[in-house]
Design a protein around this ligand. Structure first.
Ligand code: IMP
Length: 179
């Protein structure tokens, strides 16, 4: 069983469900009358996005975007769009859904990109936040859980593209990194 590779469960399915209810209520209050577009970053945001939007009660659209980070010669990684949005976001309030804010580089670039496409406002909701690892000055407006500096998997988060389907957030056994 691949779940046997999990060292410990950090955040349970119930805790995630409950936190999504709270975040959904907060977002619904903040976006009252605003008609936002909710943009999930593929692939890590998918389970979180699905759980979160059930709890958002304002009229909204959803869309997805996929970006891939690659580091060139410079130490600052860059971000390339792999799948773009289906529609124009000019003048719209955008809420980006992400699995985790780590160094912050991805979200900083995505934010810049969305503003360059004419968004009126860009805010971020992230399931997880690992503030100890931050390199660039960016914070998500809405955070599910702040976690210590550990590599986590599950509920969308992967290790080599696997484990995204675990229904909780866990820590992978060290031996799995060394295989
Ligand atoms: P950032 O640009 O460094 O903030 O990276 C964000 C991306 O790195 C996330 O969307 C994840 O795909 C990946 N990432 C960062 N930390 C973890 C982790 O602990 N587990 C799995 N993926 C992670």
């Amino acid at each position: 069983m691949f779940a046997d590779n999990v060292e410990k469960v950090l955040i349970s399915e119930d805790e995630i469900r409950e936190r999504c209810r709270e975040l959904g209520a907060q977002i619904s209050a903040d976006y009252e009358g605003k008609d936002p577009i909710i943009v999930g970053l593929l692939k890590g945001s998918v389970p979180f996005m699905a759980e979160l939007i059930k709890n958002i009660t304002v009229e909204c659209e959803i869309d997805f975007m996929a970006v891939s980070s690659y580091s060139g010669v410079e130490s600052m990684g860059d971000v390339r769009i792999v799948k773009d949005l289906d529609r124009s976001i000019r003048g719209l309030d955008v809420l980006v859904v992400e699995d985790i804010v780590d160094t912050g580089k991805t979200l900083q670039k995505v934010k810049e990109l969305l503003y360059s496409k004419g968004a009126n406002d860009v805010k971020i909701v992230s399931l997880l936040d690992k503030p100890d690892r931050r390199i660039v000055d960016i914070e998500a407006e809405y955070v599910g859980f702040t976690i210590p500096n550990e590599f986590v998997i599950g509920f969308g988060l992967d290790f080599n593209q696997k484990y995204r389907n675990l229904p909780y957030v866990g820590v992978l056994k060290e031996e799995c990194y060394k295989k």
